[in-house]
Design a protein around this ligand. Structure first.
Ligand SMILES: Nc1ncnc2c1ncn2[C@@H]1O[C@H](COP(=O)(O)OP(=O)(O)OP(=O)(O)O)[C@@H](O)[C@H]1O
Ligand SMILES: [Mg+2]
Length: 463
C-alpha cells in the first residue's frame, strides 16, 4: 500500500481548519492541523510532513513569516499558500520566498488536489536536482566538459551571467541548453530570485498567452479566477523561454513588445505592469532556418540574440565523453572500461548528452554492479568497436584486462583513438586532430611519443 502523504494545514479560522481537514481526508491524505505559523513550525521541526497548505493571514505567525522561518531552518517542504482573490500580490511575494504554489479562496477540492499533486511531484524533482547540486557547488561546475568547445561555453556563460542581456541558446536536442540557462541564472545577481521556465512546445498555443502574461477574472471562458503569469512571477529573476520557435507567431509579436517595453498587461486588463526580468531563450532549431520557415519572427530573433551561446553537438566534442561518462556513473559508484569508452566515442549521438546519460543508465542496470564494458552497450554502439580494432593488432583482451596504472590506461586509449581518427580521416592529420578535438600540435606530439608515425604515414601520402 502506498504511504499516505501527511499534509499540514493551517488556518486561524476554526471553520476553515475543519473544512481543510475534511477535504484532505476525502482526497486520501493524512491531515495534520495547526492554528498559526508558530504551531506549524514546531510540528515541522519534528519531521514527517510532506507538504504544507497555509493560510496567508494569521495573527501569531503569518504565511510569509512561516516561509521565511522555514527557509532559515532549511525545512525544505513544499508550501501551498491560500489567499484571497484581491491579494494576489502577496501570493507573488510568497512564491518569491519559495512557496510551491498558491490557490485562491474559495477553492474546491479538485483545485486543492491538483495543487498538492503538482507541488509534491515538483518537490521530488527538486530533491533529485539538489542531489546533483550538492556534488558540485558552483552551477557551471555541473556543466561537465573541458573540450575546447565547452571551454568556450563556460566562458560565454561567465561573461553574460552578470549582465541583463537577453540570451539565446541554440543547440541540438539534449546538448544541455536548459543546464546552461540554469547556470546563467545561478551565476547572475538574480540568483536569489526565481528561475521560471516555460516550455513553449509543451503548452497549447492558445493557453500560452495567459501562461506568460496572466489573466483577469472573466478574461475568457474558463478564466474563473485571476491568474498571474510567468512574467510577473519571474520579476527580479530569470524567465527561461524554452523552444521559442514553437510559440505562435502572433504571440511572438506580443512577447517582443513586452521585452522592448519591460511592461506587460494581463489578459482582460489594460493596466500595465512593470516587470524586471532577464530573458533566456532556447531553441533546438537553427534560428536562421526557423526564420526562413516562418517559425521565428526576425525582429524577435534580433531582440533575443543580443548574446548567443551555441551548444555544440556531442559528436563535435567527443573528448568530453570520458568525463561525462564518469560524471553520470559516479553516483552509482561504477567505472567503465576503456574499450567501452572508445565505442562511446565512435558513436554519432543524435540525442547528444541526454542519450549518453540514458545509455549509461541502461548499461549500469545491465552490468548489475560490475564495471561497464562493451557488452553492456547497445549493439549499434558496441558494434563500432570492430572498425577501430581492424587497425589494432593487439587483442581486445589487452585493453579490457586490468591496467595497473592510469597513465598506462590513458596511453592505451589515446593510441586506439588516434589510430581510429587517422583511419577515419584517411591520414589527414588536421582532420584527425579536429575529430579528436585536440590541436594539431598535440596530435603531432602524441604521434611521436607513441611512435604511431608509421601508422599514419602508411595510410596516406597526403600531409
Ligand atoms: N555538459 C553537461 N554536463 C552534465 N550533464 C549534462 C551536460 N549537458 C547535458 N547534460 C544532461 O543531459 C540532459 C539533457 O540536458 P538539457 O535538458 O539541458 O538539454 P536540452 O538542450 O535542453 O535538450 P532539449 O532540446 O531536448 O530540451 C540533462 O539530464 C542534463 O543534466
Ligand atoms: Mg531543454
Amino acid at each position: 500500500m502506498i504511504k499516505q502523504k501527511r499534509i499540514l494545514a493551517l488556518d486561524d479560522e476554526p471553520n476553515m481548519r475543519r473544512l481543510l481537514e475534511i477535504s484532505l481526508k476525502q482526497a486520501n491524505y493524512q491531515p495534520v492541523i495547526a492554528q498559526h505559523g508558530q504551531e506549524a513550525l514546531e510540528i515541522l521541526r519534528q519531521g514527517g510532513i510532506d507538504l504544507v497548505v497555509s493560510d496567508m493571514h494569521m495573527p501569531v505567525m503569518d504565511g510569509l513569516k512561516l516561509l521565511t522561518a522555514m527557509r532559515n531552518e532549511h525545512l525544505e517542504i513544499p508550501v501551498i499558500i491560500v489567499t484571497a482573490q484581491g491579494e494576489i500580490h502577496t501570493a507573488v511575494e510568497a512564491m518569491k520566498l519559495g512557496a510551491a504554489d498558491y490557490i485562491l479562496r474559495p477553492f474546491d477540492l479538485s483545485t486543492l488536489e491538483i495543487a498538492i499533486d503538482r507541488a509534491l511531484s515538483l518537490s521530488r524533482l527538486k530533491l533529485e536536482n539538489r542531489f546533483l547540486r550538492d556534488e558540485v557547488s558552483r552551477a557551471t561546475a555541473s556543466l561537465v566538459g573541458q573540450s575546447t568547445a565547452m571551454q568556450l561555453v563556460h566562458k560565454a556563460i561567465s561573461q553574460v551571467a552578470p549582465e541583463k542581456a537577453t540570451t539565446l541558446i541554440a543547440g541540438e536536442t539534449g546538448t544541455g541548453k536548459e543546464l546552461v540557462a540554469h547556470a546563467i541564472h545561478q551565476l547572475s545577481p538574480r540568483k536569489d530570485a526565481l528561475f521560471v521556465a516555460v516550455n513553449c512546445a509543451a503548452i497549447p498555443g492558445d493557453m500560452l498567452e495567459s501562461e506568460l502574461f496572466g489573466h483577469e477574472r472573466g478574461a475568457f471562458t474558463g478564466a474563473i479566477k485571476e491568474r498571474i503569469g510567468k512574467f510577473e512571477l519571474a520579476d527580479g529573476g530569470t524567465l527561461f523561454l524554452d523552444e521559442i520557435t514553437e510559440m505562435p507567431i502572433g504571440l511572438q509579436a506580443k512577447l517582443l513588445r513586452a521585452l522592448q517595453q519591460g511592461v506587460i498587461e494581463r489578459l482582460g486588463s489594460n493596466r500595465s505592469i512593470t516587470v524586471d526580468i532577464r530573458v533566456v531563450a532556447a531553441t533546438n532549431r537553427d534560428p536562421q532556418q526557423a526564420i526562413a520557415d516562418g517559425k521565428l519572427r526576425e525582429d524577435l530573433y534580433y531582440r533575443l540574440n543580443v548574446f548567443r551561446i551555441d551548444l555544440p553537438p556531442l559528436r563535435a566534442r567527443i573528448s568530453d565523453i570520458p568525463q561525462l561518462s564518469h560524471h553520470f556513473l559516479q553516483s552509482r559508484n561504477l567505472s567503465i572500461s576503456p574499450a567501452a569508452l572508445l565505442a562511446l566515442q565512435a558513436y554519432a549521438w543524435p540525442g547528444n548528452v541526454r542519450e549518453l546519460e540514458n545509455i549509461l543508465e541502461r548499461a549500469a542496470i545491465m552490468s548489475s554492479g560490475a564495471e561497464i564494458s562493451i557488452q553492456h552497450l547497445p549493439a549499434d554502439i558496441a558494434g563500432r568497436q570492430p572498425a577501430i580494432d581492424t587497425v589494432d593488432t593487439t587483442p581486445p583482451a589487452a585493453i579490457e584486462a586490468p591496467l595497473t596504472t592510469l597513465p598506462l590506461a590513458t596511453e592505451a586509449l589515446e593510441k586506439k583513438m588516434i589510430t581510429a581518427a587517422l583511419l577515419q580521416s584517411s591520414g589527414n592529420k588536421s582532420k584527425a586532430a579536429r575529430l579528436l578535438d585536440i590541436s594539431e600540435r598535440s596530435l603531432w606530439y602524441k604521434l611521436s611519443r607513441y611512435t604511431l608515425e608509421e601508422v599514419s604515414s602508411a595510410q596516406t601520402e597526403s600531409p
